[in-house]
Write a protein that binds this ligand. Structure first.
Ligand SMILES: Cc1cc2nc3c(=O)[nH]c(=O)nc-3n(C[C@H](O)[C@H](O)[C@H](O)COP(=O)(O)OP(=O)(O)OC[C@H]3O[C@@H](n4cnc5c(N)ncnc54)[C@H](O)[C@@H]3O)c2cc1C
Length: 509
Protein backbone atom coordinates (compact mmCIF):
# COMPACT_ATOMS: atom_id res chain seq x y z
CA UNK A 1 0.00 0.00 0.00
CA UNK A 2 1.28 3.48 -0.80
CA UNK A 3 -1.05 5.46 1.43
CA UNK A 4 -3.24 4.47 4.36
CA UNK A 5 -5.80 7.08 5.41
CA UNK A 6 -7.63 6.65 8.71
CA UNK A 7 -11.09 8.29 8.68
CA UNK A 8 -13.39 8.99 5.74
CA UNK A 9 -14.52 12.50 6.75
CA UNK A 10 -13.70 15.71 4.90
CA UNK A 11 -10.05 15.79 6.02
CA UNK A 12 -9.23 12.23 4.93
CA UNK A 13 -11.16 12.82 1.73
CA UNK A 14 -9.15 15.94 0.88
CA UNK A 15 -5.96 13.93 1.34
CA UNK A 16 -7.28 11.08 -0.84
CA UNK A 17 -8.48 13.37 -3.60
CA UNK A 18 -5.30 15.41 -3.74
CA UNK A 19 -2.93 12.45 -3.64
CA UNK A 20 -5.09 10.67 -6.22
CA UNK A 21 -5.06 13.66 -8.56
CA UNK A 22 -1.29 14.08 -8.38
CA UNK A 23 -0.37 10.37 -8.33
CA UNK A 24 -3.28 8.49 -9.97
CA UNK A 25 -1.42 5.18 -9.82
CA UNK A 26 -1.00 5.33 -6.05
CA UNK A 27 -2.65 2.57 -4.04
CA UNK A 28 -4.71 4.37 -1.43
CA UNK A 29 -6.62 2.58 1.31
CA UNK A 30 -9.06 4.67 3.36
CA UNK A 31 -10.38 2.92 6.46
CA UNK A 32 -13.48 4.03 8.32
CA UNK A 33 -14.68 2.72 11.68
CA UNK A 34 -18.33 3.42 10.85
CA UNK A 35 -20.60 1.73 8.34
CA UNK A 36 -21.43 2.66 4.75
CA UNK A 37 -24.79 4.35 4.48
CA UNK A 38 -27.43 3.97 1.77
CA UNK A 39 -27.46 6.37 -1.15
CA UNK A 40 -24.71 8.10 -3.09
CA UNK A 41 -21.34 7.66 -1.31
CA UNK A 42 -20.65 10.70 0.86
CA UNK A 43 -23.84 12.53 -0.08
CA UNK A 44 -25.05 15.20 2.33
CA UNK A 45 -28.07 14.15 4.37
CA UNK A 46 -29.78 17.48 3.58
CA UNK A 47 -29.94 16.34 -0.07
CA UNK A 48 -32.02 13.31 0.94
CA UNK A 49 -35.70 12.81 1.61
CA UNK A 50 -36.77 12.94 5.27
CA UNK A 51 -36.97 9.14 5.44
CA UNK A 52 -33.59 8.61 3.79
CA UNK A 53 -31.96 11.20 6.05
CA UNK A 54 -33.42 9.62 9.14
CA UNK A 55 -32.20 6.14 8.09
CA UNK A 56 -28.67 7.44 7.50
CA UNK A 57 -28.59 9.38 10.78
CA UNK A 58 -29.55 6.23 12.70
CA UNK A 59 -26.62 4.35 11.17
CA UNK A 60 -23.89 6.87 12.01
CA UNK A 61 -24.64 7.15 15.72
CA UNK A 62 -21.89 4.71 16.76
CA UNK A 63 -22.92 2.97 19.98
CA UNK A 64 -26.34 4.66 19.72
CA UNK A 65 -26.96 3.31 16.20
CA UNK A 66 -30.65 2.71 15.72
CA UNK A 67 -31.69 4.94 18.65
CA UNK A 68 -34.49 7.20 17.36
CA UNK A 69 -33.70 10.81 18.13
CA UNK A 70 -35.04 12.64 15.09
CA UNK A 71 -36.74 15.12 17.35
CA UNK A 72 -33.50 15.69 19.22
CA UNK A 73 -34.08 19.38 19.69
CA UNK A 74 -37.44 18.66 21.27
CA UNK A 75 -37.16 15.29 22.95
CA UNK A 76 -34.60 12.80 24.12
CA UNK A 77 -34.01 9.22 23.14
CA UNK A 78 -34.93 6.40 25.44
CA UNK A 79 -31.86 5.20 27.25
CA UNK A 80 -30.29 8.63 27.76
CA UNK A 81 -30.65 10.31 31.12
CA UNK A 82 -33.34 13.02 30.68
CA UNK A 83 -32.07 14.99 33.66
CA UNK A 84 -28.89 15.95 31.83
CA UNK A 85 -28.90 19.65 31.05
CA UNK A 86 -27.25 19.12 27.69
CA UNK A 87 -29.96 16.80 26.46
CA UNK A 88 -31.15 19.21 23.81
CA UNK A 89 -27.78 19.34 22.17
CA UNK A 90 -27.25 15.86 20.77
CA UNK A 91 -27.99 16.03 17.08
CA UNK A 92 -29.27 13.22 14.91
CA UNK A 93 -26.44 11.22 13.36
CA UNK A 94 -24.06 11.85 16.26
CA UNK A 95 -23.12 10.12 19.50
CA UNK A 96 -21.71 11.53 22.71
CA UNK A 97 -18.09 11.10 23.67
CA UNK A 98 -19.46 10.34 27.13
CA UNK A 99 -23.17 10.74 27.90
CA UNK A 100 -22.53 11.00 31.64
CA UNK A 101 -19.13 12.63 32.02
CA UNK A 102 -17.54 12.97 35.44
CA UNK A 103 -16.17 16.48 35.97
CA UNK A 104 -13.17 17.43 38.11
CA UNK A 105 -13.87 20.17 40.69
CA UNK A 106 -13.79 23.54 38.92
CA UNK A 107 -14.07 22.02 35.46
CA UNK A 108 -16.97 22.69 33.11
CA UNK A 109 -15.99 19.89 30.72
CA UNK A 110 -17.51 19.50 27.28
CA UNK A 111 -20.59 17.46 28.24
CA UNK A 112 -22.17 17.77 24.80
CA UNK A 113 -19.03 16.70 22.90
CA UNK A 114 -20.15 14.36 20.16
CA UNK A 115 -18.92 12.56 17.07
CA UNK A 116 -20.23 10.83 14.01
CA UNK A 117 -19.13 7.36 12.97
CA UNK A 118 -19.94 6.45 9.40
CA UNK A 119 -18.66 6.86 5.87
CA UNK A 120 -18.26 10.60 5.28
CA UNK A 121 -17.84 11.44 8.98
CA UNK A 122 -19.53 14.64 10.12
CA UNK A 123 -19.24 15.92 6.56
CA UNK A 124 -22.53 14.30 5.55
CA UNK A 125 -24.35 16.12 8.36
CA UNK A 126 -22.55 19.46 8.52
CA UNK A 127 -24.05 22.94 8.15
CA UNK A 128 -21.73 23.79 5.23
CA UNK A 129 -20.81 27.26 6.53
CA UNK A 130 -17.36 28.06 5.21
CA UNK A 131 -16.04 31.38 6.50
CA UNK A 132 -12.36 32.23 6.04
CA UNK A 133 -10.23 32.90 9.11
CA UNK A 134 -9.43 36.54 9.92
CA UNK A 135 -6.75 38.47 11.80
CA UNK A 136 -5.28 36.32 14.62
CA UNK A 137 -7.41 33.35 13.57
CA UNK A 138 -4.92 32.95 10.73
CA UNK A 139 -1.89 30.74 11.31
CA UNK A 140 1.05 33.11 11.79
CA UNK A 141 3.75 30.83 10.35
CA UNK A 142 2.04 30.14 7.03
CA UNK A 143 2.69 32.90 4.47
CA UNK A 144 -0.51 34.82 3.76
CA UNK A 145 -0.49 34.29 -0.02
CA UNK A 146 0.15 30.58 0.39
CA UNK A 147 -2.73 30.18 2.84
CA UNK A 148 -5.05 32.27 0.68
CA UNK A 149 -4.29 30.01 -2.30
CA UNK A 150 -5.03 26.95 -0.15
CA UNK A 151 -8.31 28.46 1.11
CA UNK A 152 -9.31 29.29 -2.46
CA UNK A 153 -8.57 25.71 -3.51
CA UNK A 154 -10.65 24.34 -0.63
CA UNK A 155 -13.52 26.65 -1.62
CA UNK A 156 -13.31 25.36 -5.21
CA UNK A 157 -13.34 21.73 -4.10
CA UNK A 158 -16.34 22.32 -1.83
CA UNK A 159 -18.19 24.41 -4.43
CA UNK A 160 -18.59 27.35 -2.06
CA UNK A 161 -21.16 29.99 -2.95
CA UNK A 162 -20.32 33.53 -1.91
CA UNK A 163 -22.70 36.43 -1.72
CA UNK A 164 -21.30 39.93 -1.71
CA UNK A 165 -22.79 42.82 0.24
CA UNK A 166 -25.05 44.75 0.20
CA UNK A 167 -27.41 41.98 -0.93
CA UNK A 168 -31.08 42.34 -1.73
CA UNK A 169 -34.45 41.73 -0.13
CA UNK A 170 -34.66 40.77 3.53
CA UNK A 171 -31.03 39.54 3.78
CA UNK A 172 -29.90 42.89 2.35
CA UNK A 173 -32.00 44.70 4.95
CA UNK A 174 -30.54 42.59 7.78
CA UNK A 175 -27.05 43.14 6.38
CA UNK A 176 -27.53 46.93 6.41
CA UNK A 177 -28.71 46.86 10.02
CA UNK A 178 -25.79 44.70 11.18
CA UNK A 179 -23.16 46.62 9.21
CA UNK A 180 -24.36 49.93 10.69
CA UNK A 181 -23.99 48.48 14.18
CA UNK A 182 -20.96 46.18 13.95
CA UNK A 183 -18.62 47.68 11.34
CA UNK A 184 -15.83 49.88 12.65
CA UNK A 185 -12.12 50.67 12.47
CA UNK A 186 -9.94 47.58 12.77
CA UNK A 187 -12.93 45.25 12.59
CA UNK A 188 -13.44 42.69 9.82
CA UNK A 189 -16.36 44.02 7.76
CA UNK A 190 -19.79 42.48 8.04
CA UNK A 191 -20.83 40.40 5.02
CA UNK A 192 -22.63 37.19 4.19
CA UNK A 193 -21.70 33.68 5.28
CA UNK A 194 -20.15 31.71 2.41
CA UNK A 195 -21.71 28.24 2.14
CA UNK A 196 -20.82 24.98 0.44
CA UNK A 197 -24.34 24.95 -0.91
CA UNK A 198 -25.40 25.64 -4.47
CA UNK A 199 -28.56 26.00 -6.46
CA UNK A 200 -28.73 22.95 -8.74
CA UNK A 201 -31.55 21.53 -10.83
CA UNK A 202 -34.11 23.75 -9.16
CA UNK A 203 -33.09 22.95 -5.60
CA UNK A 204 -30.41 23.71 -3.06
CA UNK A 205 -27.69 21.09 -2.98
CA UNK A 206 -25.33 20.72 -0.03
CA UNK A 207 -21.73 19.66 -0.55
CA UNK A 208 -21.04 16.58 1.52
CA UNK A 209 -17.88 14.57 1.91
CA UNK A 210 -18.67 12.92 -1.42
CA UNK A 211 -18.15 16.28 -3.14
CA UNK A 212 -14.58 16.29 -1.85
CA UNK A 213 -13.89 12.70 -2.91
CA UNK A 214 -15.30 13.46 -6.36
CA UNK A 215 -15.07 10.50 -8.74
CA UNK A 216 -11.89 9.07 -7.22
CA UNK A 217 -13.05 5.46 -7.68
CA UNK A 218 -12.96 6.07 -11.44
CA UNK A 219 -9.79 8.12 -11.70
CA UNK A 220 -7.64 6.29 -9.15
CA UNK A 221 -7.96 2.54 -9.74
CA UNK A 222 -5.94 1.76 -6.61
CA UNK A 223 -8.33 3.61 -4.27
CA UNK A 224 -10.38 1.62 -1.79
CA UNK A 225 -12.69 2.84 0.97
CA UNK A 226 -13.05 0.09 3.60
CA UNK A 227 -15.92 0.73 6.08
CA UNK A 228 -16.37 -0.87 9.49
CA UNK A 229 -12.60 -0.99 9.79
CA UNK A 230 -11.04 0.46 12.91
CA UNK A 231 -7.44 1.62 13.04
CA UNK A 232 -6.29 0.31 16.41
CA UNK A 233 -2.81 1.73 16.13
CA UNK A 234 -0.23 3.05 13.75
CA UNK A 235 2.89 0.91 13.47
CA UNK A 236 6.21 2.71 13.81
CA UNK A 237 9.53 0.91 13.27
CA UNK A 238 12.66 1.21 15.40
CA UNK A 239 13.93 4.08 13.24
CA UNK A 240 10.84 6.19 13.98
CA UNK A 241 9.22 5.59 10.60
CA UNK A 242 5.48 4.90 10.30
CA UNK A 243 5.15 1.69 8.30
CA UNK A 244 1.46 0.81 8.48
CA UNK A 245 -1.28 0.12 10.97
CA UNK A 246 -3.06 -2.56 12.87
CA UNK A 247 -6.70 -2.71 11.75
CA UNK A 248 -9.77 -4.45 13.09
CA UNK A 249 -12.67 -5.57 10.92
CA UNK A 250 -15.57 -4.57 13.16
CA UNK A 251 -18.02 -6.97 11.54
CA UNK A 252 -15.88 -10.12 11.86
CA UNK A 253 -13.59 -9.07 14.70
CA UNK A 254 -10.52 -10.02 12.64
CA UNK A 255 -7.37 -8.07 13.48
CA UNK A 256 -4.78 -7.67 10.74
CA UNK A 257 -1.91 -5.45 9.67
CA UNK A 258 -1.44 -3.36 6.56
CA UNK A 259 1.85 -1.86 5.54
CA UNK A 260 1.90 1.56 3.91
CA UNK A 261 4.54 4.00 2.74
CA UNK A 262 2.55 6.91 4.24
CA UNK A 263 0.03 6.86 7.07
CA UNK A 264 -2.41 9.74 7.44
CA UNK A 265 -4.69 9.96 10.48
CA UNK A 266 -7.85 12.06 10.03
CA UNK A 267 -10.04 10.55 12.72
CA UNK A 268 -11.53 13.88 14.02
CA UNK A 269 -10.37 16.34 16.67
CA UNK A 270 -10.79 13.88 19.53
CA UNK A 271 -10.05 10.51 17.95
CA UNK A 272 -6.91 11.50 16.00
CA UNK A 273 -5.03 12.01 19.28
CA UNK A 274 -6.68 8.80 20.52
CA UNK A 275 -5.13 6.80 17.64
CA UNK A 276 -1.73 8.39 18.32
CA UNK A 277 -2.00 7.65 22.03
CA UNK A 278 -2.97 4.02 21.30
CA UNK A 279 0.10 3.82 19.04
CA UNK A 280 2.44 4.93 21.80
CA UNK A 281 3.05 8.26 20.03
CA UNK A 282 2.60 10.62 22.96
CA UNK A 283 4.29 14.00 22.52
CA UNK A 284 3.75 16.43 25.41
CA UNK A 285 1.16 18.46 23.48
CA UNK A 286 -0.95 15.44 22.47
CA UNK A 287 -4.60 16.04 23.41
CA UNK A 288 -3.76 19.38 25.05
CA UNK A 289 -4.70 22.92 24.00
CA UNK A 290 -8.20 21.52 23.34
CA UNK A 291 -10.55 24.33 22.42
CA UNK A 292 -13.98 24.66 20.90
CA UNK A 293 -16.26 27.57 20.24
CA UNK A 294 -18.46 29.04 22.91
CA UNK A 295 -21.89 29.16 21.38
CA UNK A 296 -25.05 31.20 21.96
CA UNK A 297 -28.04 30.93 19.65
CA UNK A 298 -31.37 32.63 20.25
CA UNK A 299 -34.62 32.88 18.37
CA UNK A 300 -35.99 36.32 17.60
CA UNK A 301 -39.52 37.39 16.71
CA UNK A 302 -38.85 39.65 13.74
CA UNK A 303 -40.23 43.19 13.92
CA UNK A 304 -42.60 44.55 11.26
CA UNK A 305 -39.65 46.11 9.45
CA UNK A 306 -38.07 42.64 8.99
CA UNK A 307 -41.28 40.70 8.36
CA UNK A 308 -40.40 38.22 5.57
CA UNK A 309 -43.87 38.77 4.09
CA UNK A 310 -42.81 42.31 3.10
CA UNK A 311 -39.94 41.10 0.90
CA UNK A 312 -39.67 39.16 -2.33
CA UNK A 313 -37.87 35.94 -1.52
CA UNK A 314 -35.01 34.89 -3.74
CA UNK A 315 -34.56 31.19 -2.90
CA UNK A 316 -31.19 31.07 -4.64
CA UNK A 317 -29.76 33.40 -1.98
CA UNK A 318 -29.15 31.99 1.47
CA UNK A 319 -28.75 35.32 3.17
CA UNK A 320 -27.06 34.43 6.44
CA UNK A 321 -25.44 37.69 7.52
CA UNK A 322 -21.93 37.17 8.92
CA UNK A 323 -20.32 39.37 11.54
CA UNK A 324 -16.78 37.98 11.28
CA UNK A 325 -14.10 37.50 13.93
CA UNK A 326 -11.85 40.43 14.76
CA UNK A 327 -9.13 40.60 17.40
CA UNK A 328 -11.03 43.37 19.17
CA UNK A 329 -14.18 41.23 19.07
CA UNK A 330 -13.04 37.59 19.29
CA UNK A 331 -16.30 36.13 18.11
CA UNK A 332 -18.37 35.53 15.02
CA UNK A 333 -22.06 36.31 14.64
CA UNK A 334 -24.62 34.94 12.22
CA UNK A 335 -28.03 36.53 11.75
CA UNK A 336 -30.77 35.25 9.50
CA UNK A 337 -34.51 34.94 9.05
CA UNK A 338 -35.57 31.30 9.22
CA UNK A 339 -37.71 31.94 6.15
CA UNK A 340 -34.40 32.10 4.27
CA UNK A 341 -32.93 28.97 5.81
CA UNK A 342 -31.96 26.13 3.50
CA UNK A 343 -31.86 23.63 6.39
CA UNK A 344 -34.54 21.10 7.17
CA UNK A 345 -34.93 22.02 10.84
CA UNK A 346 -36.95 19.85 13.21
CA UNK A 347 -38.89 22.85 14.47
CA UNK A 348 -42.32 22.21 13.02
CA UNK A 349 -43.51 22.73 9.48
CA UNK A 350 -44.54 26.36 9.84
CA UNK A 351 -41.29 27.64 11.31
CA UNK A 352 -39.65 28.42 8.00
CA UNK A 353 -42.56 30.55 6.88
CA UNK A 354 -42.97 32.32 10.20
CA UNK A 355 -41.48 35.53 11.45
CA UNK A 356 -38.70 33.80 13.33
CA UNK A 357 -35.12 34.90 13.04
CA UNK A 358 -32.01 33.47 14.63
CA UNK A 359 -28.93 35.14 16.03
CA UNK A 360 -26.08 32.71 16.57
CA UNK A 361 -22.68 33.62 17.96
CA UNK A 362 -19.49 31.63 18.29
CA UNK A 363 -16.63 32.88 20.46
CA UNK A 364 -12.97 31.93 20.68
CA UNK A 365 -11.60 30.09 23.72
CA UNK A 366 -8.63 31.30 25.71
CA UNK A 367 -6.28 28.49 24.69
CA UNK A 368 -4.37 26.71 27.47
CA UNK A 369 -2.31 23.55 27.87
CA UNK A 370 -4.55 22.50 30.79
CA UNK A 371 -7.63 22.03 28.58
CA UNK A 372 -7.24 18.54 27.23
CA UNK A 373 -8.66 15.27 26.11
CA UNK A 374 -6.80 12.64 28.11
CA UNK A 375 -6.72 8.91 27.46
CA UNK A 376 -6.73 5.93 29.74
CA UNK A 377 -4.12 3.19 29.66
CA UNK A 378 -6.55 0.79 31.30
CA UNK A 379 -10.12 1.64 30.32
CA UNK A 380 -11.54 1.47 26.81
CA UNK A 381 -14.46 2.96 24.87
CA UNK A 382 -17.17 1.25 22.83
CA UNK A 383 -14.62 0.50 20.08
CA UNK A 384 -11.95 -0.83 22.43
CA UNK A 385 -9.85 2.33 22.05
CA UNK A 386 -8.35 4.20 25.04
CA UNK A 387 -11.20 5.83 26.97
CA UNK A 388 -11.32 9.61 26.65
CA UNK A 389 -11.89 12.08 29.48
CA UNK A 390 -12.18 15.78 28.84
CA UNK A 391 -10.60 18.25 31.25
CA UNK A 392 -11.83 21.73 30.44
CA UNK A 393 -12.44 24.93 32.33
CA UNK A 394 -13.00 28.62 31.71
CA UNK A 395 -10.54 31.39 32.43
CA UNK A 396 -11.25 34.99 33.46
CA UNK A 397 -10.74 35.97 29.86
CA UNK A 398 -13.28 33.34 28.76
CA UNK A 399 -15.84 34.75 31.19
CA UNK A 400 -15.30 38.22 29.71
CA UNK A 401 -15.63 36.84 26.18
CA UNK A 402 -18.87 35.07 27.11
CA UNK A 403 -20.24 38.29 28.63
CA UNK A 404 -19.32 40.16 25.43
CA UNK A 405 -20.99 37.45 23.37
CA UNK A 406 -24.18 37.80 25.40
CA UNK A 407 -24.08 41.56 24.87
CA UNK A 408 -23.58 41.10 21.12
CA UNK A 409 -26.43 38.57 21.00
CA UNK A 410 -28.72 41.14 22.62
CA UNK A 411 -27.46 43.94 20.34
CA UNK A 412 -27.90 41.95 17.15
CA UNK A 413 -31.33 40.66 18.19
CA UNK A 414 -32.62 44.10 19.17
CA UNK A 415 -31.81 45.39 15.68
CA UNK A 416 -34.27 43.00 14.03
CA UNK A 417 -36.92 42.21 16.61
CA UNK A 418 -37.62 40.85 20.07
CA UNK A 419 -35.86 37.88 21.63
CA UNK A 420 -38.05 34.84 22.30
CA UNK A 421 -35.71 33.88 25.14
CA UNK A 422 -32.62 35.28 26.81
CA UNK A 423 -29.37 34.20 25.15
CA UNK A 424 -27.88 31.28 27.03
CA UNK A 425 -24.54 29.63 26.65
CA UNK A 426 -24.85 26.26 24.93
CA UNK A 427 -23.48 23.25 26.78
CA UNK A 428 -19.76 22.81 26.20
CA UNK A 429 -19.04 20.66 23.18
CA UNK A 430 -22.12 21.81 21.23
CA UNK A 431 -20.11 23.62 18.57
CA UNK A 432 -18.70 20.27 17.33
CA UNK A 433 -15.48 22.10 16.43
CA UNK A 434 -12.78 20.43 18.54
CA UNK A 435 -9.46 22.05 17.82
CA UNK A 436 -5.87 22.14 19.02
CA UNK A 437 -5.49 18.52 20.19
CA UNK A 438 -2.84 17.67 17.59
CA UNK A 439 -1.89 21.25 16.83
CA UNK A 440 0.62 22.24 14.23
CA UNK A 441 3.63 24.36 15.09
CA UNK A 442 6.51 26.14 13.41
CA UNK A 443 9.08 24.40 15.64
CA UNK A 444 9.31 21.19 17.61
CA UNK A 445 9.37 23.00 20.95
CA UNK A 446 6.99 20.67 22.80
CA UNK A 447 3.97 22.88 22.21
CA UNK A 448 2.75 21.16 19.08
CA UNK A 449 2.29 17.67 17.66
CA UNK A 450 2.94 18.21 13.96
CA UNK A 451 4.75 20.62 11.69
CA UNK A 452 3.35 23.15 9.24
CA UNK A 453 2.89 20.35 6.67
CA UNK A 454 1.03 18.27 9.29
CA UNK A 455 3.83 15.68 9.60
CA UNK A 456 4.12 14.40 13.17
CA UNK A 457 7.29 15.71 14.77
CA UNK A 458 9.95 13.04 15.03
CA UNK A 459 8.05 10.35 13.08
CA UNK A 460 8.68 9.94 9.38
CA UNK A 461 5.79 9.33 6.98
CA UNK A 462 3.04 10.00 9.52
CA UNK A 463 0.66 12.88 8.72
CA UNK A 464 -2.47 14.25 10.38
CA UNK A 465 -5.59 16.12 9.31
CA UNK A 466 -8.72 17.68 10.76
CA UNK A 467 -9.68 20.48 13.12
CA UNK A 468 -7.27 19.22 15.78
CA UNK A 469 -4.32 20.62 13.84
CA UNK A 470 -5.56 24.24 14.02
CA UNK A 471 -3.28 26.03 16.50
CA UNK A 472 -4.97 29.44 16.81
CA UNK A 473 -7.95 30.66 18.85
CA UNK A 474 -10.77 30.97 16.35
CA UNK A 475 -14.49 31.61 16.14
CA UNK A 476 -14.84 30.82 12.43
CA UNK A 477 -16.30 27.42 11.56
CA UNK A 478 -13.11 25.42 10.98
CA UNK A 479 -13.75 23.02 8.12
CA UNK A 480 -12.62 25.30 5.30
CA UNK A 481 -9.39 26.12 7.14
CA UNK A 482 -8.53 22.52 7.97
CA UNK A 483 -9.28 21.43 4.40
CA UNK A 484 -6.88 24.09 3.13
CA UNK A 485 -4.25 22.74 5.52
CA UNK A 486 -4.93 19.13 4.45
CA UNK A 487 -4.55 20.13 0.80
CA UNK A 488 -1.12 21.68 1.46
CA UNK A 489 0.00 18.59 3.33
CA UNK A 490 -1.44 16.17 0.77
CA UNK A 491 0.40 18.01 -1.98
CA UNK A 492 3.65 17.41 -0.13
CA UNK A 493 2.83 13.74 0.42
CA UNK A 494 1.96 13.28 -3.27
CA UNK A 495 5.11 15.07 -4.43
CA UNK A 496 7.34 12.87 -2.30
CA UNK A 497 5.49 9.74 -3.46
CA UNK A 498 5.85 10.78 -7.10
CA UNK A 499 9.61 11.18 -6.53
CA UNK A 500 9.77 7.70 -5.03
CA UNK A 501 7.76 6.22 -7.92
CA UNK A 502 10.05 7.79 -10.50
CA UNK A 503 13.22 6.70 -8.65
CA UNK A 504 11.84 3.17 -8.49
CA UNK A 505 10.95 3.25 -12.19
CA UNK A 506 14.42 4.58 -12.98
CA UNK A 507 16.08 1.84 -10.91
CA UNK A 508 13.97 -0.81 -12.64
CA UNK A 509 15.14 0.29 -16.08
C1 LIG B 1 -24.58 19.02 12.41
C2 LIG B 1 -23.21 19.55 12.10
C3 LIG B 1 -23.06 20.83 11.58
C4 LIG B 1 -21.79 21.30 11.27
N1 LIG B 1 -21.68 22.50 10.65
C5 LIG B 1 -20.48 22.95 10.26
C6 LIG B 1 -20.38 24.14 9.50
O1 LIG B 1 -21.37 24.74 9.12
N2 LIG B 1 -19.14 24.57 9.16
C7 LIG B 1 -18.02 23.91 9.55
O2 LIG B 1 -16.93 24.38 9.24
N3 LIG B 1 -18.09 22.75 10.24
C8 LIG B 1 -19.29 22.25 10.60
N4 LIG B 1 -19.38 21.07 11.25
C9 LIG B 1 -18.14 20.36 11.59
C10 LIG B 1 -17.60 19.58 10.37
O3 LIG B 1 -18.51 18.60 9.99
C11 LIG B 1 -16.25 19.00 10.77
O4 LIG B 1 -15.36 20.09 10.92
C12 LIG B 1 -15.66 18.05 9.75
O5 LIG B 1 -16.53 17.01 9.41
C13 LIG B 1 -14.37 17.44 10.31
O6 LIG B 1 -13.84 16.57 9.36
P1 LIG B 1 -12.84 15.40 9.76
O7 LIG B 1 -12.59 14.61 8.55
O8 LIG B 1 -11.68 15.97 10.47
O9 LIG B 1 -13.63 14.56 10.87
P2 LIG B 1 -15.00 13.75 10.76
O10 LIG B 1 -15.87 14.36 9.74
O11 LIG B 1 -15.50 13.64 12.14
O12 LIG B 1 -14.53 12.31 10.23
C14 LIG B 1 -13.67 11.50 10.98
C15 LIG B 1 -13.98 10.04 10.68
O13 LIG B 1 -12.97 9.23 11.27
C16 LIG B 1 -13.56 8.02 11.72
N5 LIG B 1 -12.70 7.41 12.74
C17 LIG B 1 -12.48 7.85 14.00
N6 LIG B 1 -11.62 7.04 14.63
C18 LIG B 1 -11.28 6.06 13.75
C19 LIG B 1 -10.42 4.94 13.82
N7 LIG B 1 -9.69 4.66 14.93
N8 LIG B 1 -10.34 4.11 12.74
C20 LIG B 1 -11.05 4.37 11.62
N9 LIG B 1 -11.88 5.44 11.51
C21 LIG B 1 -11.98 6.28 12.56
C22 LIG B 1 -14.89 8.49 12.26
O14 LIG B 1 -15.81 7.41 12.31
C23 LIG B 1 -15.30 9.57 11.27
O15 LIG B 1 -16.13 9.05 10.26
C24 LIG B 1 -20.63 20.53 11.56
C25 LIG B 1 -20.79 19.23 12.08
C26 LIG B 1 -22.06 18.74 12.33
C27 LIG B 1 -22.20 17.35 12.87
Amino acid sequence: MDVLIVGSGPAGSMYARTIGELTPHARILMVEAGPSVPGIRGDHTQNMTDDERSAVQLLTQGPDAGLQRDAALIDIAEGLDPSLEFRQTILPGLHFVDSQPALRPGDVGLPAASMSTGVGGMGIHWGASTPRPHQSERIPFIPRAEMDAALLHAEDVLGVTKQTPPGRGLPGRIYAAMAAEFDGPGLTPVGFMPNAIRWEGGRLTFSGTGTILGDIEKTVPGFELRPETLCRRVLVDDDGVAVGAQLRDLSSGEVYTVRAARVIVCADGLRTPQVLFASGIRPDALGHYLNEHYQMASFVQLSDEFDPARFDRDPTRLGNVLIPFSDARPMQGGVMALAGSPYALPLGADAAASRLGIVAWYAAKDIRFEDAVVFSDTETDHYGMPKMTIQYSRTERDLMTIAQMRENSLRSAALIGTLNEQPTLAAGGSSLHYQGTVRMGAFDDGNSVCDAQLKVWGIENLYLGGNGVIPTATAANPTLTMLALAWRAATEVATSLADEFSSAAHAAR
